[in-house]
Design a protein around this ligand. Sequence first.
Ligand code: BT5
Length: 349
Amino acid sequence: MENDAGNSTGKGDSKKEHTRDELVRILHGFRDAPISGEELGERLGVSRAAVNSHINQLREMGYVIDAATKTGYRLAAVPDRLLPVELKVRLDGLGAAGTCIGCDIQYFPQLESTNDTAKAIAPDARDGTVVICEVQTKGRGRLGRAWMSPEGGIWLSVVLKPKIAPQDAAKLTLMAGVAVADTMREFEIPAEIKWPNDILVKGKKVCGILTEMSSEADVMEYAVLGIGIDANVDTQKFPLEARESATSMQAELGHMVDRLEFTAKLLVRLGEEYARFEKAFVDGDIRAFDAMLDEWRSLSDTIGRVVTIQMRTKTISGEAVGIDHDGALIVETDGGIEKVFAGDCVYTR
Ligand code: BT5
């Protein structure tokens, strides 16, 4: 696992980090009026000199903190990094304190794949733990395909531990699709879901979802929901095949997206959908899932299309006419109705 500038190496370090995070939180609360070094010291229970040293560290991390001798410190800008403390400040601001998605956020400047790291920590991780990074060096799509993950994107994985049957895990992908597409729409991006795991804008892929799971006997141990979003990614730098089929939120909007704001909103949205999912599959109130499927249908780009779907053992073609209450895509083929739970989907018309 690569080193994390934000992760601790020892007890003393983690105490210092805690103080630094508290300092960031206080500075966020004083964005309109400066706060004196003395008051900061009092609030944090540390000396003036320690406050100074923390402020300097934050500046090194890319924070812009104005300082005036008479009045004190004022937070002017935060770094464009998906730092846990920044995400948590926003989650709190959104009133997401009760949501467990993002209760624990593990941040890394660089990883091979957030899904791999999430899987490695999953057995001991809390339900809803998020692994997030700035760059992936071995980002993965389905079936061993590569997922390009340069700077500017949002590459994250969520560890989920609902007590469900393994066959219900594919429904988590549908759930994530709704959360992502809906959040993009909040940002005025006309996102649509292409079954099973793509989010498209005007036919181009802006996000891919990779759900992986581990199960024992007939109970799922954990699922890792990997979400890759081309937020401020320059897709023109992708290799030719992907360049033509990919887009970014920035390209669609004509300006950069605030990744912190977007990620926080997405985590809140995921938390809401996950609560519905648990209500349906853990508590047995299946109507909760039907409501989610209605949203999926309204966001779907696939229903009404003529599709060819490659499954593990066969390929079928026909019109995608709906999504079933158990999460299967319903395809009307020449040979009759087929229900498909997993596969690679290509639009043929
Ligand atoms: C996917 O696979 O769409 C799932 C992608 C999941 C990525 C996330 S990022 C966080 C987490 N950690 C990981 O390692 N993975 C997850 P699939 O349906 O197989 O689509 C893969 C195809 O999408 C590739 O073959 C390319 O054609 C295209 N592609 C690759 N990178 C892309 C990108 N950044 N944006 C758009 N299209 C891309």
